[in-house]
Design a protein. Sequence first.
Length: 407
Amino acid sequence: MKIAIIGAGAAGCFCAIELKRRIPSAQVDVYEAGRKPLAKVAITGGGRCNLTNSFEGISSLQEVYPRGANLMKRLFKSFNHEDTWRWFEGEGVRLVLQEDRCVFPVSQDAMEIVGTLSRRMRQEGVILHTGFKVTKLGRDCSTGAYSLEFEGHEPVTADKVVVTTGGSPREEGLGFLEGLELETVPPVPSLFTFNLSDREVRSLMGTVVEEATVSLAGTKFTASGPVLITHWGMSGPAILKLSSHAARHLADSAWRGRLLVNWLGIKESEVREMLAGMSRRHAQKLISNTHPEEIPSRLWTHLTAKSAVRQDARWAELGSKGMNKLVNSLVNDEYEITGKSRFKEEFVTCGGVALTNLDQNTLEAKKFPGLYFAGEVTDVDAVTGGFNLQTAWTMGYAVASAISSQD
Ligand SMILES: Cc1cc2nc3c(=O)[nH]c(=O)nc-3n(C[C@H](O)[C@H](O)[C@H](O)COP(=O)(O)OP(=O)(O)OC[C@H]3O[C@@H](n4cnc5c(N)ncnc54)[C@H](O)[C@@H]3O)c2cc1C
């Protein structure tokens, strides 16, 4: 059996290894457009590779997989984060679970993951072809065989094809699949930070609030966690999560909208109670000098100014109107979003090959027997934290199991 894998990224390499282990007699060729395999894995997690997550405290996969949660739930039954841990430790990679539930190699070096996968591919006899960009994938209806055309190389044929070409924010990335008329979901970026027009808030760059809730006005999109104020707007885990869940909505509105920040991440009634307590305890103190401990003093100055609280006002002088304004600034602080920025170059793609094309157990294209898809090329993507690489390992594994069980 000749199996061609298109793309030597996380999903492609993992799938190739698992295929050769299960069907040693098969010829597994991996065709990679770039000069090296696993180039993206090498830069993951800021060069440290956050290869999975402990999934602790996640009650529903929708929280971390805005797209593809149901499919991932099904596939995790065969290969989940614990299997990933065992797999890499079985290859001699020691792993560490961080307090934030992210898993990294103890070496803190993504090249250890690249080296491990590359070595294992060689040992299993996977044939890697770098500099082979697939420009067209076709199928001979009479024989069921697939043909792959390349830029600058002779075409080849294969009995089975696994497409693992990763994400592409541009639709051309899927151009080589055109002849097959598969349903695709237009790709748009996910995981980005927000540019804000408000200069006052941007002047607070470097300010971090640990437990804020952010949402998009007029929508149901909301996310909680740390928020970092930057010189261009806002970043941090809560913003990235929001950008992921609202990726398509934001793309449709040209990355413009209104951001609402609840700086304390608690209900309005609780904030009101908290401020009333402060007002009683600190009646004679200046409001500008006495703030909830969760709110850094520079941000407090900004929020009190926004609420028209006088610099020399004492808590006893706040009054109910002042209280209402201050509560509103703390729970409904509104900013104009004017665009998006990259977060440490970590965009992932929302969209790609629609899941409706695929058998939910085998990831085989329903209309094209022998053609499989795995990884970010599909319409599955996650928030940050190791979930995207887990997708690549799990889907790569699922395809290898499916092909070997049909062998
Ligand atoms: C800077 C950065 C940091 C990240 N950090 C993390 C992290 O720490 N943890 C995490 O979970 N996720 C992280 N991600 C996301 C994660 O890297 C991806 O989701 C994951 O690599 C997807 O794996 P994949 O195999 O589907 O695609 P990729 O790893 O992108 O591999 C696809 C491969 O296909 C090749 N290819 C594309 N088109 C063709 C073609 N026509 N012919 C031949 N070859 C082709 C590409 O050159 C590429 O090598 C990060 C992403 C970025 C950009």
